[in-house]
Design a protein around this ligand. Sequence first.
Ligand code: FUB
Length: 333
Amino acid sequence: MGNSEFNKPLVTHIYTADPSVHVFEGKLYIYPSHDLENDGVDDDKGDHFKMKDYHVLSLDDVGAPCVDHGEALHIKDVPWASEQMWAPDAAFKNGKYYFYFPAKDKEGKFRIGAAVSDKPMGPFKAEPDYIQGTFSIDPAVFTDDDNQSYMYWGGLWGGQLEKWQTGSFVPGEADITVGSDGPQGDEPALGPYMAEMNDDMVSFKTKPVEIKILDESGEPIKAGDTDRRYFEGPCMHKFGGKYYLSYSTGDTHFLVYAEGDNPKGPFTYKGRILEPVIGWTTHHYIVEFKDKWYLFYHDSSLSDGKTPLRCVKFREIQIEADGTIKTMKPYED
Ligand code: FUB
């Protein structure tokens, strides 16, 4: 199957975005955001992403029809959340499925919540409060071979990451000039955050720490290096004993990756995975299935380019023995 055959939306009856993907019970389960038409202003603060619920999708195999398992969680059933259910992730441990999602709390601060189910497709029951210690968006949970799970998260601008640099929320100037609160120019860029999770999978064992992303000289990637600096959408995969942190560069629209010897970092920037897609955002997940590696991502092709109305797609990726990922152009094989 060539990638041109993959280059189509997984589903077209709803808008989907921000995929995270896991192999559960021998199938590919896809946990996307569910984009909705809305009257939010199309701005750099993300006010036009007004999602209210999640659907879980699955593929029995590559090439099989995609199944929509229906609503898995709705914001009305999340006691602490007020609006904007953004990019989620999921995990399996202790016989239970865990669903992680960001949403704004009643004070307008993004937090990350957990919800639990006996089944990979849900429905998920939300915990009464968000995970203590969380802030910002885009949770990604990675479980290492020793069974320790880690959560990575964080997103600039609309995702509020730069407002938490002091350890508490500082509203700052971002409502006037988006991005102005963050480091600038030659200052080290902000990285995503990481915490080790307790075995209950709904709380943290360690305090969140910022992950370092370095350049080829071992120096932190600079804030002004917008082609390479972290913006949002972390994903962790392990290959050949090394750890690969991949992410979106946001306003330059690349999916890129960095390599490390440890899930806690530091990570050294390695290269680009995907060139820009149609639409402003780019968000992905890398997953191994039946000895092949796949990139799940989204673009706005289903809505003729409307940024908040996206569709999840996927394609096979080539990873060399040393972990190098071949850069792809989204609309070519
Ligand atoms: O879907 C809303 C936001 O857009 C996500 O949280 C980001 O990663 C970006 O895709």
